[in-house]
Design a protein around this ligand. Structure first.
Ligand code: FAD
Length: 120
């Protein structure tokens, strides 16, 4: 079997920005790539909402669809405009998956995104 420390190290070092949040999108964990993409260190963003990344120019419908999907225990994938700590905008290709507890209820969400600005 794979040691727990290997699971932790693989998430830490995965080459995609990963965050784990509570049910209201308050950030509980970020990996190294999240810091590289967004510019935020863990100490600066843990406890804050994912909306801190929002550029606020993304249409409301995108967020509505996102929450409509994930709150029904489905995976959402889409693109939205984010803003780095230093203010620069980037296009984020984002996947959000619900994490379920032993009763099948949503306990957390996991977000995975990459900067796809160059692709456009
Ligand atoms: P908010 O007030 O947060 O919400 C806008 C609309 O979303 C609301 O009108 C409502 O329809 C819906 N909504 C918000 N919260 C809930 C809820 N708890 N239950 C049901 N519906 C709700 N946003 C980004 O812009 N960039 C990201 O990279 C990003 N990553 C995310 C990663 C994860 C794991 C999760 C769970 C969410 C992520 N979000 C991200 C969404 C983020 O939490 C905000 O909802 C979004 O940024 C809009 O923020 P706001 O302050 O403009 O509006």
């Amino acid at each position: 079997t794979v040691p727990l420390s290997l699971f932790v190290a693989s998430v830490e070092q995965a080459p995609i920005a990963i965050s784990i949040t509570d049910k209201k999108a308050n950030i509980l964990y970020i990996n190294n790539a999240f810091t590289q993409v967004t510019g935020y260190m863990a100490a600066e963003i843990l406890g804050q909402n994912e909306s801190k990344l929002s550029d606020k120019c993304t249409p409301r419908q995108v967020y509505y669809d996102l929450w409509h999907t994930i709150s029904r225990k489905q995976v959402w994938h889409g693109q939205l405009v984010n803003r780095r700590k230093l203010g620069q905008r980037y296009l984020a290709d984002l996947t959000i998956a619900p994490m379920l507890d032993e009763h099948g209820a949503i306990s957390h969400y996991i977000g995975m995104h990459r900067d796809v600005t160059q692709a456009h």
